[in-house]
Design a protein around this ligand. Structure first.
Ligand SMILES: [Zn+2]
Ligand SMILES: [Zn+2]
Length: 182
């Protein structure tokens, strides 16, 4: 299905812009590893795509996809639960202390909705600019890191940190962790 979507859109037009590719898994009866299946339909900047082929006898390909299409379909999504209860530790279940870090910048759970929207906005923009770092590839798929910047609510200037995302099919990225380190 994703294959058809990616391949089908190749023929629409060829516009100028960064070169993007769609990971396409070709099922030809042979069993395949989970990692290739998770990559199927995922979009990457050509110079920042996972290694393809991924392993011996991998039949996956990186097919060019028009940047205009990438721009149209790209989305960054997150579950609210990544902020509340997780990041702000509103149920006291976590020992990560990330809520203290955000409190030191003037952010509290009341800001969760704003933070969620802001992180999604910046992540989508940076993903589209190819401004991401490839992380590990595992059974859940390809991890990427994206740096975001937010104003200090209680002081002068901004603070920047990395956020962790999963690359999903059809131009979507999904938030894994709202704070992955400095
Ligand atoms: Zn494979
Ligand atoms: Zn493969």
């Amino acid at each position: 299905m994703h294959f058809k979507q990616c391949a089908g859109m190749l023929y629409i037009q060829k516009s100028v812009g960064p070169r993007w590719v769609c990971w396409v898994h070709h099922s030809d009866g042979v069993s395949h590893c989970q990692e290739c299946l998770m990559l199927d339909g995922c979009l990457f900047l050509e110079s920042k795509a996972p290694q393809c082929p991924h392993h011996p006898s991998c039949h996956c390909t990186l097919d060019p996809i028009d940047y205009a299409i990438v721009q149209r379909i790209a989305s960054a999504d997150s579950d609210y639960s990544k902020f509340d209860p997780y990041l702000f530790n509103t149920q006291g279940k976590y020992t990560h202390s990330k809520e203290k870090l955000f409190a030191s910048w003037g952010y509290f759970v009341e800001d969760a909705r704003w933070l969620q929207a802001e992180m999604e906005r910046q992540a989508r923009e940076k993903y589209l600019m190819g401004d991401y770092k490839l992380g590990r590839l595992d059974q859940w798929g390809q991890h990427i890191n994206i740096r975001v910047e937010i104003p200090k609510r209680n002081g002068i200037g901004n603070v920047s940190f990395t956020t962790g995302w999963m690359v999903c099919p059809d131009g979507q990225i999904k938030l894994n962790t709202p704070y992955g380190g400095k």
